[in-house]
Each structure stands twice: as structure tokens, then as C-alpha cells.
Write a protein that binds this ligand. Structure first.
Ligand code: NAP
Ligand code: F7E
Length: 342
């Protein structure tokens, strides 16, 4: 391990947030260990641009195999690396999929957190821990939702994240570990997975504009979400771990919009009328829906000095523009999950 440099371990480094967080920490001089899952295809598209030659002197991005379902490996990694900061972003993060795989979602998103906490506690590490919790934990509690809002989870994903939240609180209070729960509202980017609604829309817009697709099938257009820009949110995660005391924080923009509004703006960006292309399909409805999420991030603003920089319209535009550019450059990989699970 490089002497004098701060060391961070990220679970979920291959995901949307993990990739932006890795960029952010590397730019601040950290040595970053990214935990990746062994798979028959090497799934590092989002971090490929951060590649560093392992033989280089200042080699600071280091990938290690591991899985949140594998307690002995987590303990082994933590014992070897002894990170200053741990960002636990690894999760089965799709709400609809959590209804199809409730047990697995609980294993990774809930019990996986206990495995991590137990490893840190039993090794006596002083690592600061960020836990990726979610606005989904609030379910249909009335908006705006803040740290003081009751949790009313409405999906296996949300229930698993609520369990993780309370385990982190328990380990903080019982054992004095430095653990911050980030209660993040939806945050998106051109790196968003293609089956989340924002990216599904922006990819379809680009493909329809290019004549590669005719229709976009969606579920509930009335759902309202508080959508921010992912790079703004990873900075908030880091800020949570730089405080004197560990605490829990909501990160959100404070504005909510419907899926319909997202469609309207996204199609308008390429001068198309969304009503001609968007069709409803029941298969995208969830057994239980969360109708309206809109966060109150006043505490993060006051204590962390955090605020989002990218507005809703800017977010929609930058995501559409990135997908249009990808289609034009022939980088639109439609052999993706979206094609099989759409
Ligand atoms: P994402 O793109 O779906 O990435 C999830 C990451 O977790 C991927 O790197 C994935 O690896 C990894 N992972 C999945 N199962 C794992 C396991 N068993 N062991 C270790 N790693 C595993 O999610 P994201 O949008 O970046 O979100 C990051 C975290 O924030 C997640 O915990 C999510 O639940 C939470 N969150 C996200 C939002 C949001 O709006 N984005 C809001 C609130 C909370 P593979 O690449 O191998 O699949
Ligand atoms: O759905 C509606 C859907 O899948 C948003 C995750 O990052 O944020 C994310 O969870 C809304 C829902 O995200 C389709 O019913 C309509 O109301 O993009 P989503 P999510 O469920 O809000 C939270 C904060 C997380 O923590 C999660 O990890 O859009 N919707 N039609 C659709 N959603 C999808 N996916 N596909 C549709 O066709």
C-alpha cells in the first residue's frame, strides 16, 4: 500500500455511482480498491477509462475480486487493505427485479451489509463507512421526505435497504463505528443502467431519432421522482465521511417530476412529440408502486455544504445528448439487458 496516501475501498465500483466515485477519489490522490464480482465477461465498461498499468509507480486504482455474499473474502480483503474509508455501493439495485428476486436482494443489500460491518468490527478497524441507503425506504410517506420521515418500504429492495440502515445505526451506537447512511434520492447520468426509466427513455429517444426503433414501452407515467445528477451525489458521499461525527443525510434536489414530464422533455430535445412514440405496457408496472418522492436535503446543505449543481432540464438534455452521440458514433450497444428484458 502506498505510504501517506488515503485508501478507499469501494464495493460496486463497476456500477454508475462506483465509477464516478472512483474518478472523484483518484482525482483527490486516494489509492482506490474496487471490489468486482468474478463473471465470465469482464464487466468494467464504466471504469475502463480509469485503467492504470499495475506496474506503474503511481498505480492507484486496484481491482480485487469479492462479493457481498462472501463473508470470509470480505474479512480477508479488509484485513489486507485496512482502508481509511469504505464506500458500500454494491447492491442488487433494481426495484422491480427485487420483486422477482426478493431473497437474493435481501442477501446482498441487507445481510451483505451485516457481513461488512461484522468484518470491520471484528478486525477492530477504524475505517469510516459510507452505506448507500435509498429514498425508496420512505415508500409512500408524504413528500417532502427528510431524515426525520418515517420509513414505509414498499418493495423487497426498500425493505433490504431499511434493514441495512438500521444495522448501520446499530453498529454506530453499539460499537462506536464511524458509519454514515446516505439516503439518496434518484440520481442519473449517461452511465445509468439501461433498464432504469431515465436511461431507457433517453436511449429510446436517440434510437427513434436515428430511425432504429419505433416505439418506447413504459409502465406508470404518473410516478414522480426527485432526479439529480450522479456526479453531484458521489461528492456528497465523500463529504459525509469527512465530518467529525458520523450521521445520516438525505441527498436530493428538492424538485420532483413525473415520468411523463421526463418523456416530454427528452423527446423535445430532438424535436419529437413523445405522444407519438410512448406506449403503455403493464409488464413494467410493479406489484406495489412508490408514487411520489421529493427530498428535503436541508441538513446536507447546512452540515456538509452540499448542493446539487445540475438542474432537471440540464440532466435530461445531457443524457439525451450523450445517447444521441453514442448512436451517431456507432457506440450504442443494443445487445444489452434492455433488449432482452424490455
Ligand atoms: P448500479 O449501477 O446497479 O451498481 C451496482 C453495483 O453493485 C455494481 O457494481 C454491481 O456489480 C455491484 N454488485 C451487485 N451485486 C453485488 C454483490 N453481490 N457483491 C458485490 N457487488 C455487487 O447501482 P448505482 O446506481 O451505482 O447505485 C449504487 C448504490 O446506491 C446501490 O447500493 C444502490 O442501491 C444505491 N442507490 C442508488 C440510487 C440511484 O438513484 N442510483 C439511489 C439511492 C441508492 P456488477 O457490475 O458486477 O453487477
Ligand atoms: O423507476 C417508473 C417506475 O426503475 C422510476 C434505483 O436507483 O432509484 C431507483 O429506483 C419510476 C418508477 O427507479 C418504467 O414504476 C415507468 O416509479 O428508474 P426506476 P426507481 O425504482 O425509482 C432509487 C432511489 C434506488 O435506490 C434504486 O436503486 O419510473 N417507470 N415505466 C418505469 N421504470 C422502469 N425501470 N421501467 C419502465 O419501463
Amino acid at each position: 500500500m502506498a505510504k501517506g496516501k488515503r485508501t478507499a475501498l469501494i464495493t460496486g465500483i463497476t456500477g454508475q455511482d462506483g465509477s464516478y466515485l472512483a474518478e472523484f477519489l483518484l482525482a483527490r490522490g486516494y489509492v482506490v480498491y474496487g471490489v468486482i464480482r468474478r463473471s465470465s465477461t469482464f464487466n468494467i465498461d464504466r471504469i475502463e477509462h480509469l485503467y492504470q498499468d499495475p506496474h506503474a509507480r503511481d498505480y492507484r486504482l486496484r481491482l480485487v475480486y469479492g462479493n457481498l455474499t462472501d463473508a470470509s473474502r470480505i474479512t480477508q480483503l479488509l484485513a489486507e487493505i485496512r482502508p481509511d474509508e469504505i464506500y458500500n455501493l454494491g447492491a442488487q439495485s433494481h426495484v422491480k427485479v427485487s420483486f422477482e428476486q426478493p431473497e437474493y436482494t435481501g442477501d446482498v443489500d441487507a445481510v451483505g451489509v451485516t457481513r461488512l460491518l461484522e468484518s470491520v468490527r471484528s478486525l477492530g478497524l477504524k475505517s469510516r463507512i459510507y452505506q448507500a441507503c435509498s429514498s425508496e425506504m420512505f415508500g409512500n410517506a408524504p413528500a417532502p421526505q427528510s431524515e426525520a420521515t418515517a420509513m414505509l418500504p414498499r418493495s423487497p429492495y426498500a425493505a433490504a435497504k431499511a434493514y441495512a440502515f438500521w444495522m448501520c445505526r446499530t453498529y454506530r451506537e453499539a460499537y462506536g463505528l464511524f458509519i454514515a447512511n446516505g439516503i439518496l434520492f434518484n440520481h442519473e447520468s449517461p452511465r445509468r443502467g439501461p433498464t432504469f426509466v431515465t436511461r431507457k427513455i433517453t436511449r429510446a429517444v436517440a434510437r427513434i431519432k436515428a430511425g432504429l426503433q419505433d416505439k418506447l414501452y413504459l409502465g406508470n407515467l404518473d410516478a414522480r421522482r426527485d432526479w439529480g445528477y450522479a456526479p453531484d451525489y458521489v461528492e456528497g458521499m465523500w463529504r459525509m465521511l469527512q465530518q467529525r461525527q458520523p450521521d445520516d443525510f438525505v441527498l436530493a434536489t428538492g424538485e420532483s417530476h413525473s415520468v411523463r414530464e421526463f418523456c416530454e422533455l427528452a423527446f423535445a430535445r430532438v424535436n419529437l412529440d413523445w405522444r407519438r412514440y410512448v406506449k403503455r405496457d403493464k409488464r413494467y408496472l410493479r406489484p406495489a408502486e412508490v408514487d411520489h418522492l421529493c427530498g428535503d436535503a436541508a441538513k446536507a446543505r447546512r452540515v456538509l455544504g452540499w448542493k446539487p449543481r445540475v438542474t432537471f432540464t440540464e440532466l435530461v438534455n445531457l443524457m439525451v445528448d450523450a445517447d444521441v452521440e453514442a448512436v451517431q458514433a456507432g457506440r450504442d450497444d443494443f445487445r444489452s439487458e434492455e433488449r432482452w428484458f424490455k
